[in-house]
Design a protein around this ligand. Structure first.
Ligand code: NDP
Length: 315
């Protein structure tokens, strides 16, 4: 197995990872970034990004990520394809296995592996990906002004997304599989009172249809019960809000996570509690999950890494 030592290893290639690479690259730390399973991260599966500062006309997700990558490479970051298959954070320098065939030790580590939106697992979600199916209302809601959309889920995220979309769309169906919402009381009240939102309790979305993109969904009311009903509802957009899964499992034996798996950092810093190991972006952010907040936390992690290396006399 080949071996290598680096001052800073960045794991993940979303806005957090690339921003950390830009900052550590400019600080002459010569970071090495591994792209992971989905190079470019979640933004590569969205279409237009209109809320990332600096792009007055908007930018597509893939172009934005490519720009960030080029900017990081300009400052000497080495961007490599590969997946971390094993970690050992028990002592510094920290040890990683890449693709089961190479070992890297690192003085500092920036974990920016992101989170993955959960989907229902319907074939139609794949069929209409980017053509009416989305897992991010803040990213894609704008395209549904004056249209009809459905949001699946009954938690705080689903309620928040339904309310956000209700400000743009003419009608929002909230598809909830149970006879009640799991969201906080205040969110429940807002949803129930909103004139543009219709809550479909005890409903499951089981399929989508449409010629050129989503035109409707197949739903089942009281699925599996004797009085089960199946019918179709016309919609233009289908939003999933059934939770996110942070990509933290490989670090779990070493870093603290909450019950969902989000890495817990110290206060508003990216420090994980392990000296020189930082977490940035969605893997440590159950609340905001925006490209710009991820980029901001990647910047913080890079500054922390630089300070740590300097304090340890490793620069
Ligand atoms: P939650 O896990 O709280 O809720 C997920 C929702 O999706 C539940 O209603 C669940 O249904 C439903 N669901 C899950 N799987 C399926 C499925 N296969 N089919 C249909 N429905 C499904 O996730 P959230 O993302 O909403 O929230 C995560 C955490 O973040 C929570 O602690 C939440 O309070 C917090 N949060 C806080 C916010 C705030 O304070 N402003 C904003 C957003 C999130 P069921 O109830 O039947 O299990």
């Amino acid at each position: 197995m080949t071996k290598e030592h680096v001052k800073c290893l960045i794991i993940g290639s979303g806005p957090a990872g690339y921003t950390a690479a830009i900052y550590t690259g400019r600080a002459n730390i010569m970071p090495v970034l591994y792209e992971g399973i989905q190079p470019g991260g979640q933004l590569t599966i969205t279409t237009e990004v209109e809320n990332f500062p600096g792009y007055p006309e908007g930018v597509t997700g893939p172009v934005l990520m490519d720009d960030l990558k080029k900017q990081a490479e300009r400052f000497g970051a080495q961007i490599r394809s590969g997946i971390i298959t094993k970690t050992d954070l028990s002592k510094a320098p920290y040890l990683f296995t890449i693709d089961d065939e190479k070992e890297i030790t690192a003085d500092t580590v920036i974990i920016s592996t992101g989170a993955t939106a959960k989907y229902l697992g319907l074939e139609d979600e794949k069929k209409y990906a980017g053509m009416g199916v989305s897992a991010c209302a803040t990213c894609d809601g704008f395209f549904y002004r004056k249209k009809v959309v459905a949001v699946v889920g009954g938690g705080d995220t689903a309620c928040e997304e339904a309310i956000y979309l209700a400000g743009l769309a003419s009608k929002v169906y909230l598809v909830v599989r149970k006879p009640f919402l799991r969201a906080s009381k205040i969110m429940q009240e807002r949803v129930m009172k909103h004139p543009n939102i219709t809550v479909l309790f005890e409903h499951n979305a089981v399929g989508l249809f449409g010629e050129n993109g989503v035109e409707g969904m197949h739903v089942v009311k009281r699925m599996g019960a004797a009085d089960e009903e199946r019918y179709d509802i016309a919609i233009d957009g289908f939003f999933l809000a059934i939770g996110h899964q942070p990509n933290s499992s490989i670090f779990k034996p070493w870093v603290k996570t909450d019950e969902t798996g989000y890495i817990i950092t110290e206060g508003s810093t990216p420090r994980t509690g392990i000296p020189g190991v930082f977490a940035a972006g969605d893997v440590a952010d159950p609340l905001y999950r925006q490209a710009v907040t991820a980029a901001g936390s990647g910047c913080k992690a890079a500054i922390e890494a630089e300070r740590y290396l300097s304090e340890q006399g490793l620069l």
